[in-house]
Design a protein around this ligand. Structure first.
Ligand code: NCD
Length: 344
């Protein structure tokens, strides 16, 4: 499937979202992000005030779910987003276990089946390149069926998780009001963690020349070279270290991540590294008073014990629940835009 990353070039957004597949953050430029974040703010205000209009934006539209990997937040927030826009959802994360995939159907046929019934498909898959493949086959299908189904990536293996990066950047801007000049520290499994791949690139695309990204990871889990090569072409600086203490006290944003156990080929490698970075109240005490702690979640032991969670959760610097809620608003905005809504 990785071959499709070379074979299929995702369409650039360039101000026009309608009918575009959402596969990688590289499709967005600064003004596309401004458009989606403005729409997100409008939608959030509308939902909070119970305004008329928002519930009808995607009336009669259908969103299909093809989740081949576990999910809580991405799955539920997309479902809630579509419901709040007045659309319908079909399929579910569990539904896949009973689909024809288990009769041996291949992914091109499964995604085209969903494309025949739905206006958009949310796909989560363990293989990098799966959303590129899906977009390729949906484009072929478009010539045959006369409708324009789009795929939105909900994470493809160790590749990208573009909508998570949108909600992360939206939240970051929401709490800090600016990103230029900030020190943004990404910690943990930067090799296998797809959220940090997308977020680092998206910050690079946001045109913030005085922003520094700090990559904190054990050497064997550092940010992949291809992401660093991309950042070299963007107006953003980055540093790498395996010592959190090098950057913690200067960080404005601390983005913590889980070691991606399921991506390791060998359990011993995971065991030897799993405790490398643990965020606890003692660690957070060394951060700036006005820093923010982010996490895409789910969290395991990398945020300490349940007692640590409780203390961290109460700290006003922790914004991971805001991230979660913003995820629904950002996905509402994105769904409305790709499905052709022009009124927001
Ligand atoms: C992330 C993912 O699936 O990549 N979860 C999410 O969508 N919020 C992060 C993770 O699983 O560690």
């Amino acid at each position: 499937m990785e071959a499709f990353v070379e074979k299929y070039t995702p369409p650039r957004i360039d101000g026009d979202f309608e009918g575009k597949h959402i596969i990688t953050v590289e499709q967005f430029n600064r003004s596309d992000l401004d458009i989606i974040f403005d729409a997100t703010r409008k939608i959030r205000r509308g939902v909070m005030r119970g305004e008329h209009g928002i519930p009808n934006l995607c009336q009669h539209k259908v969103l299909a779910f093809l989740f081949f990997e576990a999910s809580t937040r991405t799955d539920l927030s997309f479902q809630a987003a579509m419901s709040r826009l007045g659309g319908r959802v079909v399929g579910s994360s569990n539904g896949i276990s009973f689909s024809s995939v288990y009769k041996g159907e291949n992914l091109p046929d499964t995604v085209r089946a969903a494309g025949c019934y739905a206006d958009a498909i949310v796909l989560r898959h363990p293989m990098e390149g799966a959303t590129y493949l899906t977009a390729y086959y949906l484009d072929l299908l478009r010539n045959q069926i006369g409708s324009q189904p789009v795929v939105i990536s909900a994470g493809d293996g160790i590749g990208e998780h573009p909508t998570q990066a949108l909600l992360d950047l939206f939240t970051l801007l929401d709490v800090t009001q600016r990103i230029d000049g900030l020190n943004i520290t990404l910690v943990g499994d930067l090799k296998f963690g797809r959220t940090v791949h997308s977020l680092a690139k998206l910050i690079g695309l946001y045109e913030a020349p005085h922003t520094t990204l700090n990559f904190v990871a054990p050497p064997s889990l550092q940010m992949p070279q291809k992401i660093k090569d991309f950042l070299d072409t963007r107006p953003v600086k980055f540093t790498e270290t395996d010592h959190l203490a090098d950057v913690l006290a200067d960080s404005d944003i601390i983005y913590w991540t889980r070691i991606q156990e399921e991506r390791f080929e060998n359990v011993a490698d995971y065991e030897s590294i799993k405790d490398a970075f643990i965020m606890t109240p003692d660690v957070l005490a060394k951060a700036k008073k006005n820093a923010y702690l982010m996490h895409p979640l789910p969290r395991k032991h990398e945020m300490g014990t349940p007692a640590d969670h409780e203390i961290l959760d109460r700290d006003p610097r922790s914004v991971y629940f805001q991230q979660m809620q913003n995820g629904m608003y950002v996905r509402m905005a994105l769904l409305a835009k790709v499905l052709g809504v022009t009124s927001i």
